[in-house]
Design a protein around this ligand. Structure first.
Ligand code: PLP
Length: 494
């Protein structure tokens, strides 16, 4: 039996002046049942509650209930309360319409240019499977430890925990992030410059609000992260390409002024190259010369399997031209929705003001748990354990792909991150490969989706982190079965 969630106030249609109380209550409850506001099986408030809420005598409510029960709308009052009849008479059900449904067409709405152009960004909502990109090994996350910390914090929580905090985030977490970034990423900052947000996506949103006007030029890696490009476009920016080669992004060619340039220097999304030192220096010099702000998305920097970790671009910046952003989505887990910005000192107040007008700050409890997790050394240990695990999973993928996908998909060597690329052979297209793979329970993303123009080569993005060796091998098996029938099809058709 569907029960009404306890204790909510039942909002009934208002009573016309002069309307008789019992008749009004009967009609309003009947309408609520017929329109689906009170669903079959839902529990009604008690006669005492309804009487008090609407200033009626209890006798009036009892009489209205009795009439509705006699007509089959209500199941007679039982010991535990009064319920809407589980099955309404057929003829009544036919006229019932869901709440909010109406014969009146929706009004003509005037939306902002953002409202007219915004469109959702596809996200996977189903359990992880091979080879879903951007997904860590969630089954390996120490949830028991996380729960222990949460329990401890809640048990000793003061009323402060229930209040809000600084719009820049929970101060001890900001200090812990500044420490971690100084040690692991070469980021130079004071905790005052750290702003806690819900992830890199929100970091992009707040930066765009602060520096981009409709019509402004924003430069974006090509190929690049579609979630950033989409956000720039709906903000009304003119998006220009900064092409990526083996040394990372090249400076954009623009006659006008570039307000903002987006880059993933540690591990370019999706190609996986690192921005070389000469290119880093050239980018910073150009930004200083032109006044452009550099958005450094420190994508996938935590997981490096070969070579030296490259310190952040922010650490080389002497002119306050870089906004650095990263998140715990992959280092911990995506639903945590915690990330951070490091902003130039002169912009701290602007960022703080913008945060106070939007989501204010992420939930404090989550910020406190993350803070303890870092301070007690669990974060460092978790990263080290995951780095080793991911290196093993990558090796399994490379090994099984070499044996089973030869000629169909050539896996590209990578040094960091949670995904690699596979180059398609024998005329197979990325979209056809992704559709055939999905039909066999395997996720791959066509590389073409990261390009605005035509990709020079057809390929796939493959995540190797979310599932273990057995599922990786099974995934390669399925992928081979999916690709084989596509091989040479285009050539034959041509
Ligand atoms: C390159 C890149 N940057 C940023 C994000 C946004 O991540 P989040 O908002 O979870 O930090 C994603 C998400 O997949 C991404 O691929």
């Amino acid at each position: 039996m569907v029960k009404r969630a306890g204790g909510f106030v039942l909002a009934l249609a208002s009573r016309a002046p002069g309307a008789q109380a019992r008749r009004w209550l009967y009609g309003a409850l009947r309408a609520a049942i017929l329109q689906g506001q009170l669903r079959p099986g839902a529990r009604l408030p008690s006669t005492r509650e309804l009487a008090a809420q609407y200033g009626l005598s209890r006798g009036t409510v009892v009489a209205a209930f009795a009439q509705l029960a006699s007509e089959g709308y209500l199941d007679g009052t039982r010991g535990s309360g009064t319920y809407v009849a589980a099955t309404l008479p057929d003829d009544l059900q036919r006229v019932a319409a869901p709440v909010g449904a109406s014969a009146v067409p929706p009004p003509v709405r005037r939306l902002s240019s953002y409202g007219r152009t915004v469109s959702g960004f596809r996200m996977f909502g189903t359990p992880p499977r091979a080879f879903r990109p951007n997904t860590p090994a969630l089954d390996q996350f120490p949830t028991a430890l996380w729960a222990q910390i949460a329990g401890r914090l809640l048990r000793r929580a003061s009323t402060k925990l229930l209040l809000g905090c600084d719009p820049r985030g929970y101060p001890p977490l900001r200090a812990a992030i500044a420490d971690y970034l100084a040690t692991s990423r070469g980021v130079g900052c004071h905790p005052d410059q750290v702003i806690v947000v819900s992830g890199v996506q929100e970091a992009l949103d707040v930066v765009v609000r602060l520096v981009v006007e409709p019509g402004d030029t924003v430069a974006m890696e090509e190929p690049g992260y579609a979630g950033a490009r989409r956000l720039f476009e709906v903000a009304g920016a003119r998006v220009i390409d900064a092409h990526v080669d083996d040394d990372g992004l090249q400076l954009p060619r623009s006659r006008g002024r570039v307000r903002l340039i987006y880059t993933t220097p540690a591990h370019q999304c999706p190609l996986g190259v690192a921005l070389s030192l000469p290119r880093r220096l050239a980018l910073l010099a150009w930004a200083r010369r032109t006044g452009a702000l550099v958005f450094e998305d420190d994508y996938d920097s935590e997981f490096r399997y070969a070579g030296r970790p490259l310190p952040a671009l922010q650490g080389l910046d002497r002119g306050g031209q870089v906004v650095f952003a990263s998140s715990f989505s992959k280092a911990l887990f995506p639903s945590l929705r915690l990330g951070y910005l490091v902003v130039p000192a002169d912009l701290v107040d602007r960022f703080s003001a913008a945060r106070s007008l939007t989501s204010r700050h992420p939930p404090i409890l989550e910020q406190m748990i993350a803070c303890e997790f870092i301070a007690e050394g669990h974060f460092g240990r978790h990263l080290r354990r995951m780095r080793q695990l991911y290196a093993e999973r990558l090796a399994v993928l490379i090994d099984s792909a070499q044996r089973q996908l030869a000629g169909l998909l050539e896996i590209s060597p990578i040094e960091a991150g949670l995904h690699t690329l596979g180059w398609l052979g024998r005329g197979i297209t990325g979209e056809a490969a992704a559709a055939a793979a999905a039909a066999r329970g395997v996720d791959v993303v066509p590389l073409a989706r990261f390009y605005r123009g035509a990709p020079p080569r057809d390929g796939l993005q493959l995540g190797f982190a979310p599932v273990g060796p057995r599922d990786i091998r099974r995934g390669v098996d399925e992928l081979a079965r999916a690709l084989e029938p596509l091989a040479g099809r285009r050539a034959r058709l041509g």
